[in-house]
Ligand binder design. Structure first.
Ligand code: HEM
Length: 410
């Protein structure tokens, strides 16, 4: 480890954080599902029509935003909504009546939202913020690049040409869900979700008009309810799988609270209650059906992953960050995904992570005594987590999520 100065380690951690911000990047799925067999009895609704969610989008928001776009109202709507940031804030004057009516309905929390659980989720996010930064960033963020429909939608949508800006916007959702006041009146999560719902509705209207959106399956009006659940699983379910694999001890109450905060987010993003898993067991079951089988590489996803891994270049010239970020991605998502994304092996980093990450977590969690000589490595891992969380948060703040009026310009 002697060749690794603290500064180099720190800057590479910062670079990771930039990717951490990508955590919540957006959208889709690639190889189609063969069949939707997940039972509605496992959902928060408990009942429902059981309609295949590949054929369900967001009727109300989609019709509304299509009309706003066709009427040329979106630039003015974006301008007015820029000042609407807090959950309890009245909508600005001057919004079109149909949009106002929709937002007033869409901003209400579902009747099953449990304030107590949302409060527990906040404590959990605070306690586990360091792990969450890296997991949202590298596990969820990089996974989004091997969700083919998501990768293609992101790449060809307006924001695809400016990933840095896009990352800041998407990080906002990750920041807001973890914030102390997330769903409380003074928080911003409700606003972020409702705006994101409008953005997704715009993408459904715009992307099929892109010259690049040809030759995809007829079901591929982007961002179906199935696509939404795929991306949802790349977030909380993937994070949960990793925390379990690392044997991080989590009380049952916090486990169900974290899930609850994501169930509420799903609802607020326009996912129907009959598709939202009620328990972790139901979530794992659904992820096995909708997420795991669709992961695969695409040229667009490979390029997006490459951009993400290179983002640290602005911080340290990419000398160390790219190898570290690549190695972390391999460690989190496995060899197959790393190969798909053309991430080279990094003998030093790969070995360090495979050998020491497990014991590092155990020492951190107080279930194992540190063994002599490993202090520097543990320190480095700790810094890595810290920097990731830091940059993740700093990426998220002053950004306004806006409805696009076009696709990727170039
Ligand atoms: C935009 C989150 C699912 C495609 C966004 C934004 C957020 C977000 C916060 C706003 C940031 C921005 O404007 O760049 C999420 C979450 C999802 C989800 C939390 C699921 C739980 C999806 C899916 C797709 C998708 C399934 C596509 C298949 C997009 C695209 C944009 C976007 C293309 C940006 C439009 C643009 O850049 O012009 N998403 N998303 N998202 N999302 Fe999602």
């Amino acid at each position: 480890m002697s060749g690794l100065s603290r500064r180099r380690i720190l800057t590479s951690g910062g670079a990771l954080g930039a990717i951490g911000a990508m955590a919540m990047t957006s959208p889709a799925q690639a190889r189609s599902l063969v069949k939707w067999t997940w039972p509605v009895s496992g959902s928060v609704a408990g009942t429902g029509a059981g309609t295949d969610p590949r054929w369900v989008w967001d009727e109300e928001a989609d019709a509304l935003v299509a009309s706003l776009l066709d009427r040329g109202a979106v630039p003015e709507v974006n301008r007015l909504l820029r000042t609407w940031t807090r959950n309890d804030q009245p909508l600005p004057d001057g919004l079109p009546g149909d949009l106002r009516d929709f937002v007033e309905r869409a901003r209400r929390l579902p009747p099953w939202a449990d304030r107590g659980k949302l409060g527990t989720a906040v404590s959990f996010n605070e306690k586990r913020g360091l792990y969450l930064g890296v997991l949202y960033g590298l596990a969820s963020g990089m996974m989004s690049t091997v969700i083919p429909k998501e990768a293609r939608a992101v790449y060809y949508s307006y924001g695809g040409a400016n990933m840095k800006d896009r990352i800041s916007k998407t990080a906002k959702l990750g920041y807001d869900i973890g914030a102390r006041d997330a769903y409380r009146p003074d928080g911003e999560m409700v606003v972020t979700c409702v705006k994101t719902r409008l953005v997704h509705a715009a993408v459904r209207h715009l992307l099929p008009k892109s010259p690049h959106w040809t030759g995809v399956a007829p079901e591929d009006v982007p961002i179906s309810q199935a696509d939404m659940m795929v991306t949802w699983h790349s977030l909380p379910t993937t994070v949960w799988r990793k925390l379990a694999a690392w044997q991080v001890p989590i009380p049952a109450e916090e486990s169900s609270a974290f899930l609850h905060s994501w169930q509420v987010s799903a609802h607020m993003l326009g996912i129907k209650d009959e598709y939202i898993p009620a328990t972790w067991e139901a979530a794992y079951d659904q992820a096995g059906q909708v997420l795991d089988p669709v992961l695969s590489p695409t040229p667009e996803g490979i390029e997006l992953a490459d951009i993400l891994l290179g983002l640290g270049g602005g911080i340290d010239g990419g000398v160390l960050s790219r190898p570290v970020l690549g190695s972390f991605t391999r460690f989190m998502l496995g060899d197959q995904i790393a190969e798909w994304l053309k991430i080279p092996r990094e003998p030093l980093w790969d070995r360090l992570l495979t050998t020491f990450w497990g014991p590092f977590v155990a020492v951190r969690e107080g279930v194992l005594d540190a063994f002599p000589g490993a202090d520097n490595i543990y320190w480095m891992f700790d810094e890595f987590l810290r920097q990731a969380a830091l940059v993740y948060l700093s990426e998220a703040r002053p950004i306004s999520i806006e409805i696009p009026t076009g696709n990727r310009p170039s």
